[in-house]
Design a protein around this ligand. Structure first.
Ligand code: SF4
Length: 277
């Protein structure tokens, strides 16, 4: 597997529910086509030329070395570190990525820095070892459909939905905190499906984040219809979460009005306005 060297790794994320973030891989073999924001940015800044290049990830070979320097520098500022917004930490078929991700989580946890993790891959069972990885991390998956035809078209090389959910459930059963990002949720013009069916599959998690599809041309063509659609879906998510005592956040811009309530999504996270009581 190819690798790159970087000068820095930890950065303050602009994502509304995040704090610090790490992207220790360049590229992503999951190859989402909605399209992937990270791919677009990598292309714009000349880090990759084509979709095909993007599918061949390169790990940051000096990641741990950089962390050893950056952790003491930012430690007092960091509430938690998110892996990853611009790549996937448990990319299917790349054991090197998994190995480096586990080393990074262990390194951060060693300094009592909690991690929130998000993947379309499969979590390794070894994360249950709380002596090595700590007990406070929050492990999440992205899940926007249960239909394999949807997966084939929009996230062709990610892990199968059922396996993704099963790996998350395993961590939940070990007493670890879990969450799901139901984002970017497709409008009906792209995928007709039953949202409740998806929610029922993940009713065991601690937190659900729901957000609309932003970057798709096909979606914006149906904008008016979509506003109402997303309003309905978000309301359904809120009600489902209330009923199942799940912490819930509706991403900004998904509903017309924000409910002026505050919630803490991840322990240590800044308070954010959330669409949930
Ligand atoms: S998993 Fe994330 S980073 Fe990877 S291609 Fe899909 S959207 Fe992009």
């Amino acid at each position: 597997m190819e690798s790159v060297k970087r000068k820095s790794l930890l950065y303050k994320s602009g994502v509304e529910y995040a704090d610090f973030c790490i992207n220790h891989v360049e590229g992503c073999s999951h190859g989402c086509t909605f399209p992937c924001y990270a791919f677009n940015m990598a292309k714009r800044f000349g880090r990759v030329k084509t979709y095909h290049d993007w599918l061949k990830p390169k790990i940051v070979e000096n990641a741990i070395e950089i962390l050893d320097k950056e952790i003491p520098k930012y430690k007092d500022e960091i509430k938690f570190v998110h892996l990853c917004f611009m790549t996937d930490p448990f990319m299917c078929g790349y054991k090197e990525v998994e190995h480096l991700t586990l080393r990074i989580i262990a390194r951060l946890n060693k300094d009592n820095i909690k991690c929130t993790v998000l993947t379309k891959g499969i979590y390794p069972k070894v994360l249950k070892n709380i002596e090595k990885f700590g007990a406070n991390n929050e492990y999440g998956i992205t899940l926007v459909s249960l239909d394999n035809n949807y997966k084939k078209k929009w996230e062709p090389y990610s892990a199968p939905y059922e396996k993704r959910i099963a790996a998350l459930k395993y961590l939940h059963d070990q007493g670890l905190k879990t969450w799901v990002s139901v984002e970017p949720y497709p409008p009906e013009s792209i995928q007709k499906q039953n949202l409740l069916e998806i929610l029922n599959k993940i009713s065991f998690v601690d937190t659900i984040i729901f957000g609309k599809l932003n970057y798709n041309v096909e979606s914006s063509m149906f904008r008016n219809g979509n506003e109402e659609f997303y309003e309905k879906c978000a309301t359904q998510v809120i009600e489902f979460c209330k009923k199942n005592s799940i912490n819930c956040h509706i991403k900004f811009g998904t509903m017309k009005e924000k409910i002026p309530e505050n919630t803490i999504l991840f322990d240590g996270a800044p308070k954010i306005p959330a669409a949930v009581e």
